[in-house]
Design a binder for this molecule. Structure first.
Ligand code: ADP
Ligand code: ZN
Length: 728
């Protein structure tokens, strides 16, 4: 009798699932983890499907599955999600599977945790250290060994010594749970009428079950978090898991504490800063259904939930949801897909929804639940322009007299001020006064950014760094360099000169040593330990700083001129969010925009606080130009080490685009053209852009095209991006 054959998908860059024979007596089913021979090595894979009719010719060359692994099986829902996502993003299924298996190699037996407690007579020889241990353990309770040592202020050796003497007794502790169980009734906030209605609407989607998408559309400070916690509470009551996606998980200690205030305990976290061990334990606990709520970055979408019942996408408009390398996907869109497959409710939360989301809500495809007012009767901050043409800062300075005046008033009132500038470092460009030489990155099409704190000129694209030079490499002039333009570090200098007494904090991702310190800094701002905060987009998102009432945007025009079709939307969202940090708790919030274009539609909408006008105009423009969501885009970046070879391959690729069909179907292939960033990390980049009608299957078109594409030569690489967000 022929042996049973199954197809096994391996988490590497392969789309195919390979066939393997199932040894007699080995019980495996689709979803099971198995170890299989792959080439010369052993690989971990997932049984993907039965293969009832394996290729006869291959039959006796097929290899056997080595063994079945003791991991929880991948459920059909997650396997469908992998299939769907690979197909949509034109990625190999193996690479998408890999995103589901980010538990590392640490899965398996738990290391035993050993605890100690006081059990026998005091030791024959008493020392001060030993005495401290006895005092600390006096209550007879069991403590982990490391904890006992810490409490008594002694080394682990002292504890071991007391164990040997029989004074302490060891006990095997149960493994520490990944997360404690949240209590949906731990506390109940007192809701305003609007909040109550919004919470009830979300609770109704949980009660009803099944797929739905709801936009929780609330102004900054309206209590969106409090409101969607009610949906999470109901999911917990039903015994189902919830996922709360966050754009910048590293920054959300405040969020974790709010969760704890509502549910009694902190939720499980999932992000890139978890230790490998924590990662493996969390993965397994999620798969076993032991974790009721996960708060995570976009990668949390790929966890093997035992019974996912709700996904909340907080700040759903945030660009950080787009993964731009490897598999290019948008976590908000894929959350909706996962919700559709799992037949569960999705909540998208934002004060400034993505144009796509807003359009879906306007057309009734998504339900909308609105919170039009701030909680506690606080007013939204006013927004005023500072016209830099009429009242510019002094030469070489970036804070206008008017903004400086407002900061001064805020300080006199003992309130905080936030100066927002979305630029890391000291200055974006350094040039030689004598000959005009500019420092550029040797690997990228970019200027080197002056970082005084690090004492380097740094490339923001590849990380290349150069110690601050004394001599111009071109004309040999000495100390002839001028910094051009501002970064947050330069702003700090100016602020110190203007307000020597003020306590100033610069918040920028490159200046903090890790996530814990960053969380502390946010807490310190909230406690009022700083008067002036200077920050990049890190500070724009989601934070609550009760004493902050003034927000000054140093360069409101910064994001408008980069040729991105979403530049207006992004700028509107970012500036609205950052100004929304002001006046949340008490007092009157005010935002100031330093701009050269106070009449730009984005500035006008921000100043008039007329969000609808902005969306009306933007949606109309997108509709007219067939940009998303009224048309579809995809891009291919062709990159390679040699400029000529890259360009010639890109041209050849363009010639192979399935032309006849696309004429009929309305697909247009634009390019190849040099990408705006024509060189990154020593690789030359050419871009092809595809435009298609709204319902066109661009992924299928892309696959047809790539199937015919000429063989790639040398170092040529293709990056496929369906629904691109970045146009650089
Ligand atoms: P948003 O996310 O809409 O900007 P938040 O959810 O951060 O707003 O809420 C703003 C602030 O108001 C938070 O400090 C929150 O704890 C508080 N808050 C909101 N609703 C309530 C409520 N019903 N009772 C008490 N505090 C609330
Ligand atoms: Zn570089």
């Amino acid at each position: 009798m022929a042996k049973r054959v199954v197809d096994v998908l391996v988490p590497v860059a392969l789309d195919r699932a390979y066939s393997y024979r199932v040894p007699d007596g080995l019980a495996v089913a689709p979803g099971d983890f198995v170890s299989v021979p792959l080439g010369a090595r052993e690989a971990t894979g997932v049984v993907w499907a039965e293969n009832p009719a394996p290729d006869i010719r291959l039959d006796n060359r097929l290899k056997d599955i080595e063994s079945k692994l003791d991991y929880p099986a991948l459920r059909p829902e997650l396997r469908s999600f992998v299939e769907w996502l690979a197909n949509y993003t034109v990625s190999s299924r193996g690479m998408v599977l890999r995103m589901c298996l980010r538990m590392g190699e640490h899965l398996g037996e738990e290391r035993e945790r050993i605890g100690v407690r006081l059990a026998g007579a005091p030791p024959a020889r008493m020392t001060p250290a030993r005495a401290r241990v006895l005092a600390a353990l006096d209550d007879g309770m069991v403590r982990a060994k490391s904890e006992a040592a810490r409490e008594a202020g002694v080394s682990a050796g002292v504890i071991d010594g007391l164990v040997d003497e029989g004074t302490l007794q060891t006990v095997v502790l149960p493994p520490e749970p990944v997360a404690e169980n949240p209590d949906p009734d731990f506390t109940q906030p007192e809701f305003s009428t609007d909040q109550r209605m919004a919470a009830d609407a979300l609770k109704a989607t949980i009660a009803k079950d099944g797929y739905s998408v709801t936009l929780l559309d609330g102004v900054t400070g309206s209590g969106k978090t409090e409101v969607y916690f009610e949906a999470v509470a109901d999911a917990i009551r039903k015994g189902r898991q919830s996922l709360i996606l966050m754009p910048e998980i590293a920054l959300t200690a405040q969020f974790l504490d709010r969760f704890a205030a509502r549910f009694g305990v902190r939720p499980a976290e999932w992000h890139s800063e978890l230790t490998p061990r924590k990662r493996a334990r969390t993965w397994a606990a999620v798969a076993k259904g032991e974790v009721p709520v996960v708060v995570g970055a976009r990668s949390a979408l790929f966890l093997p939930y035992a019974d996912l019942g709700l996904i909340v996408v907080d700040e759903e408009h945030d660009p950080a949801y787009k993964q731009e390398d490897g598999v290019h996907y948008h976590a908000r869109d894929m959350a909706v897909v996962r919700g559709h497959i799992a037949k569960i409710p999705i909540v998208l939360s934002s004060a400034t929804p993505a144009v796509e989301t807003e359009t879906n809500a306007r057309r009734g495809r998504y339900a909308r639940v609105a919170l039009p007012e701030r909680f506690g009767g606080q007013r939204l901050p006013s927004v005023e322009p500072i016209d830099l043409r009429a009242a510019p800062p002094p030469r070489g300075r970036f804070i206008s007299p008017m903004l400086a005046g407002e900061v001064k008033i805020a300080l006199e009132r003992k309130e905080q001020a936030l100066l927002f500038l979305n630029r890391r470092g000291y200055a974006p460009l350094t040039l030689c006064r004598a000959c005009g030489f500019r420092f550029a990155c040797p690997n990228c099409d970019a200027w080197l950014v002056d970082h005084r704190f690090k004492k380097q000129l740094v490339c923001h694209h590849c990380g290349f760094g150069l110690p601050h030079p004394h001599q111009c490499p071109k004309c040999a002039a000495v100390d002839s360099f001028v910094a051009c333009g501002p970064g947050v570090e330069r702003l700090e200098e100016e602020v110190h000169e203007l307000f020597p007494e003020a306590r100033v904090l610069v918040l920028s991702s490159d200046l903090v040593a890790g996530i814990e310190r960053m969380r502390e800094e946010f807490a310190e701002i909230a406690q009022g330990l700083f008067d002036i905060v200077i920050g990049t987009q890190l500070v724009a998102k989601g934070h609550n700083f009760p004493m902050l009432n003034l927000v000054g945007v140093v360069d409101a025009d910064l994001g408008l001129s980069n040729g991105d079709p979403r530049a207006a939307e992004r700028t509107f969202q970012l500036l609205h969010q950052v100004v929304g940090r002001a006046g949340r708790d008490a007092g009157i919030g005010r935002g100031f925009l330093q701009t050269h274009q106070p009449d730009h539609p984005v500035m006008r909408a921000l100043i008039a606080q007329d969000r609808e006008a902005f969306y009306d105009a933007e949606i109309e423009l997108r509709e007219k130009t067939h940009y998303p969501p009224f048309g579809r885009l995809a891009s291919i970046i062709v990159s390679g080490g040699d400029k000529h070879e890259t360009a010639s391959y890109a041209r050849e690729l363009a010639r192979w685009a399935p032309l006849n069909e696309n004429m009929k179907e309305g697909v247009r292939v634009l390019g190849p053209a040099e990408a705006p960033l024509a060189l990154i990390r020593g690789r030359h980049r050419m871009r092809l852009l595809l435009k298609a009608p709204r319902h066109y299957d661009l992924s299928a078109y892309m696959r047809r095209w790539l199937a015919k594409a000429p063989k790639r030569r040398g170092s040529i690489k293709l990056d496929i991006d369906i629904d691109p967000q970045s146009f650089l």
